[in-house]
Design a protein around this ligand. Structure first.
Ligand SMILES: C[S@@+](CC[C@H](N)C(=O)[O-])C[C@H]1O[C@@H](n2cnc3c(N)ncnc32)[C@H](O)[C@@H]1O
Length: 224
């Protein structure tokens, strides 16, 4: 159990027992293809200090590195996409912070070994900003953040070139699934319904609560 428990009290209070590397890898191998898809979205609702999402990030970055290490611009754009599609919720602030720093260190180290001196400060700042938005300290049962506000996650999508579009969604809406939203009555009958019909997928999807203009991904902290 060495390294898997910080204290007895934390096990009692929060069920905090960290998963070891071998189990993490065995479980992620069950969805191996997804872990190696740069833009696939992962959410871990009790992420601890990030054992699962750190490994997902490592796997995605291995793909980014093998495809784009000869082009620093592309490497950084896709590395941003890889990290900004990973999400976590953790109730203990120290774990949430540890998790953010761990993911940041993985990206920085990978970038410095892949594209060496070409790593841009603005890229690293953007990674840090996305991690602040994506790895939240909150309660995955009540879906409230540490301030008691509903947990909101940012979706980051590459639009074209270096432009990224951010849209914010309520976690409660994302988790609800669209099964019960199939009937028009439940969608349009509610005054505050946050769902819309997506023609492309022919399914009801949550509507964003906020949208931002497409922005160079290196400037997301300025614009959102
Ligand atoms: C069993 S540990 C697993 C941690 C990590 N997923 C891993 O596998 O190493 C459970 C984690 O969930 C956190 N946790 C407990 N209750 C939670 C809640 N209601 N919302 C979010 N996180 C919670 C604990 O602080 C702990 O870090």
């Amino acid at each position: 159990m060495a390294g898997q428990v910080k204290s007895r009290q934390r096990v009692t209070d929060f069920g905090e027992v960290f998963t070891n590397e071998r189990e993490v890898n065995a479980m992620l191998d069950l969805v191996k293809q997804e872990t190696e898809r740069i833009e696939s979205r992962f959410l871990e609702p009790a992420c601890g200090n990030g054992n699962f999402i750190a490994e997902v990030l490592r796997r995605k970055l291995a793909v980014v590195r093998s495809r784009y290490r000869r082009s620093p611009g592309e490497y950084q754009r896709y590395a941003f996409l890889a990290v900004s599609s990973i999400y976590g919720v953790e109730i203990q602030p120290d774990n949430a912070q540890e998790c953010r720093e761990r993911l940041y260190d993985i990206v920085e180290k990978d970038a410095r070994s892949a594209i060496k001196g070409a790593v841009e400060l603005a890229f690293l700042d953007a990674v840090r900003y996305a991690l602040e938005k994506n790895i939240l300290c909150g309660d995955a049962l009540t879906l409230k953040d540490a301030n008691g506000e509903p947990i909101t996650f940012a979706e980051w999508s590459l639009v074209t070139g270096d432009l990224v579009k951010r849209r914010d969604f309520l976690l409660s809406e994302l988790l609800e699934g669209n099964v019960e939203k199939g009937g028009q009555a439940s969608l349009f009958g509610e005054a505050n319904a946050l769902w819309e019909f997506d023609e492309e997928t022919q399914a009801y999807i949550p509507a964003a609560i906020r949208e931002y203009p497409p922005t160079d991904y290196r400037e997301v902290s300025r614009v959102g």
